[in-house]
Write a protein that binds this ligand. Structure first.
Ligand code: SF4
Length: 698
């Protein structure tokens, strides 16, 4: 009942990269309900998370005072720990004491062991301003580039390929451009689950006549709208795309004029794919040669075509190769730079694009400028009046390995939950327990916070002002809607307090001042100001003028590479790191559910969402359950070379035989105890989308 609300505040959804704009309806300083707003990426639509996932800030386990670990309490996940009563393991402290302890521990480790003894994980859940401040703190206060965030587990391989091939890590066109396309390929993504409002645009496009082509090992809800839905063998993606390139080359379906004007390296690609025929690649990808030919012709001969991809592409040891193939397809066929064409990795978290742009990445400063480039460093050294380290830092999984090896000894973790999100959790949790000093800034005593020496109570999204950047490169403003509970503080304030205790002398008084500083170091934000965001709520980058709209489609004339041309990078099909065998004959795939977000720290504390999906389930094809002589709901044990979990079975006709899908948000059956930490060599992303496992009755 909207009449019951005292007031309304316009903001943005805190969950996925679609970036739906919404309105909070507030009564007595609490959010009553949420409505969709007419934002550029949602036009009043919201999915179940945006609509119902708003009450987690009021959950009884919310921490509202700083906490310090009690002496003698071991670090780690204690089955007896009760999040409603954290004072068994931690004691409450004043902000002054907690910040002093937090900063002193970090400072002492740096003094004793040097800057490389410290690392920081930021979060794609934080605002652009918080991401900027956090990476600035690590680079100027800790003195290293060991700062990373969940992009490493998400689209790092896509960004590596995009940077290499087209000189930019962002999408070339918004997902709304699907409405203009003749053909849309969705591969390695499941938008109805992971980007639900974007999925409504794909449905709308299909209804208008766009041919949706879905390429994935699993079926999905959008199959009902698809012109073709083709299931390939898990891990067979590079083979499939190379075979499509072979057809395009052999049948002369490429766009020679586009290639001549905008690219380099096509002759080498042509020679490379000559042997990778549909017949040669079909056994690896499981798609019939004639079907591969049809897919290639469909894409190449379309007047306007787009490719969208998700973590089914990126989370492989060959994730960068996957993305290179998709980029090559687009470049060979001239399918970028015009309305209705483009390359679009669907970004996961609400601010993974913005946090990456703002420099929460170990090898690059803001706007993807290499830390190893002396000129780049000099510009930031001048902006921040501090010398910077020239060595690229370690990535998420590498940081865990460095802790295990004893080289990284202290960490500051802001809003990330690696004790649930890292691969091979036993290893990751052992590393966290080994840290000599861990500061965690979060809303709850998360699984990761249970390893902390100091926990700093942070601000939830509806409690703060900040900008975020969605998958379409739209920078959008979130506005504080409700007050902070207890003694919780804005994240920018907490980061600044730590920075100043490390001697940095910061004096920001509001995120708008941070945003103003960002515009000095990030050309991508040219012509975007905080005042403009307050006025317009959303501005797309790149933006040519203060009063002009940003570019929905980019790279019509030239690419932002040294030569202005995009580059083809040939790839060779490689097997998964851990192929199935007689001992582990089934493929384990992990991911998200519609109702739950990542490690579940927010959505499992949202009443409606938790009621909808309250317990861990493993999804299996009906025939797989028959083979196992099990019924839906029976307990099943899934075992890999790294661990075992037990959870309930769920029958899912969209699954193929020989695979099992497990969401990674359930601590009681943590999927990442099972996953393989093997990394893609370029993006350093682990292979979450393929682990060899064994299924058995519990
Ligand atoms: Fe939020 Fe994404 Fe759902 Fe939109 S589609 S309401 S941004 S979770």
């Amino acid at each position: 009942d909207s009449k019951a609300a005292d007031r309304t505040v316009d903001s943005v959804c805190p969950y996925c990269g679609v970036g739906c704009q919404l309105t909070y309806h507030i009564k007595d300083e609490r959010i009553l309900f949420v409505e969709g707003r007419d934002g550029p990426s949602n036009q009043n639509r919201l999915c179940v998370k945006g609509r119902f996932g708003f009450d987690y800030p009021n959950h009884p386990t919310r921490i509202t005072r700083p906490l310090i670990r009690r002496p003698g309490v071991p670090k780690g996940l204690d089955p007896d720990f009760d999040p409603l009563d954290p004072l068994t393991h931690f004691r409450e402290a004043s902000w002054e004491e907690a910040l002093d302890v937090a900063a002193r521990g970090l400072g002492e480790l740096k003094a004793a062991h040097g800057p490389d003894a410290l690392a920081g994980f930021g979060s794609a859940k934080c605002s652009n301003e918080e991401a900027w401040l956090f990476q600035k703190l690590v680079r100027t206060g800790f003195g290293s580039n060991h700062v990373d965030h969940c992009t490493r587990l998400c689209h790092a391989s896509s960004v590596a390929a995009l940077m290499e091939c087209i000189g930019s890590g962002a999408v070339t066109a918004s997902f709304m451009q699907a409405l203009e396309a003749e053909v849309v390929i969705l591969t390695g993504c499941n938008p109805a689950i992971n980007h639900p409002v974007a999925a409504t645009y794909f449905k709308q496009a299909a209804r208008n006549g766009t041919k949706l082509v879905i390429l994935d090992p699993r079926g999905q809800a959008l199959d009902a709208y698809a012109h073709r839905s083709v299931r390939f063998t898990p891990g067979g993606d590079v083979s499939l795309y190379n075979a499509m390139l072979n057809v395009i080359v052999n049948e002369g379906l490429y766009d020679q004029a586009y290639i001549d004007a905008h690219t380099e390296g096509f002759e080498a690609l042509k020679a490379h794919v000559r042997e990778l025929t549909p017949e040669a690649m079909s056994p690896a990808c499981g798609v019939a040669p004639e079907q591969i030919r049809e897919l290639a012709r469909l894409y190449a001969t379309a007047d306007k075509a787009m490719i969208f991809w998700g973590m089914g592409i990126s989370q492989h040891v060959h994730g960068t190769d996957n993305a290179r193939c998709l980029i090559s397809l687009a470049l060979a066929c001239g399918q970028t730079g015009r309305p209705g064409t483009g390359l679009h990795p669907l970004r996961g978290q609400n601010n993974v694009q913005g946090a990456s742009d703002a420099g929460l990445i170990p090898m690059v400063l803001p706007d993807y400028q290499p830390v190893s480039d002396a000129q780049v460093r000099a510009a930031f050294e001048e902006l921040w009046a501090t010398p910077l380290d020239e060595k690229p830092g370690l990535t998420v999984v590498e940081i865990m390995d460095a802790i295990a090896a004893g080289t990284i000894r202290g960490m500051y973790i802001l809003g990330e939950n690696p004790a649930m999100s890292d691969p091979d959790l036993d290893h990751a949790r052992a590393a966290l327990a080994r840290l000599e000093h861990l500061v965690v800034q979060d809303l709850f005593v998360t699984e990761t916070a249970q390893f902390a020496d100091v926990i700093l109570p942070a601000s939830s999204w509806p409690e703060k002002d900040g900008s975020v950047t969605n998958t379409n490169r739209q920078v959008q403003l979130g506005r504080a809607a409700v007050p902070l509970p207890g003694e919780a503080q804005p994240d920018w304030w907490i980061i600044q307090q730590i920075a100043n205790r490390l001697g940095l002398g910061w004096d920001y008084t509001h995120p708008r001042e941070v945003f103003a500083e960002m515009t000095q170091g990030m050309a991508s934000l040219d012509h975007i100001s905080w005042e403009r965001l307050e006025r317009e709520s959303s501005v797309t980058y790149p933006c040519p003028a203060d009063d002009a709209p940003g570019a929905d489609v980019v790279f019509s004339d030239a690419f932002p590479t040294a030569s202005g041309r995009a580059r083809f990078t040939p790839t060779r099909p490689l097997p998964p790191d851990e192929p199935i065998d007689g001992d582990y004959p089934t493929v384990l795939i992990t991911g998200r559910q519609l109702e739950h977000w990542h490690t579940g720290s927010m959505t499992r504390r949202s009443r409606v969402l938790d009621d909808l999906e309250p317990e861990a389930v493993a999804s299996l094809a009906p025939a797989e359950l028959v083979r196992l002589r099990m019924a839906p709901g029976d307990p099943i044990t899934i075992t890999t070379r790294r661990g075992a979990i037990t959870l309930k079975t769920r029958v899912d006709p969209l699954m193929a035989e020989g695979m099992v899908f497990v969401p990674f948000c359930y601590v009681e059956a943590a999927a990442n105890l099972l996953t393989n930490p093997a990394l893609d060599p370029y993006g350093k992303i682990p292979e979450f989308k393929y682990a060899a496992c064994r299924l058995g009755r519990a």
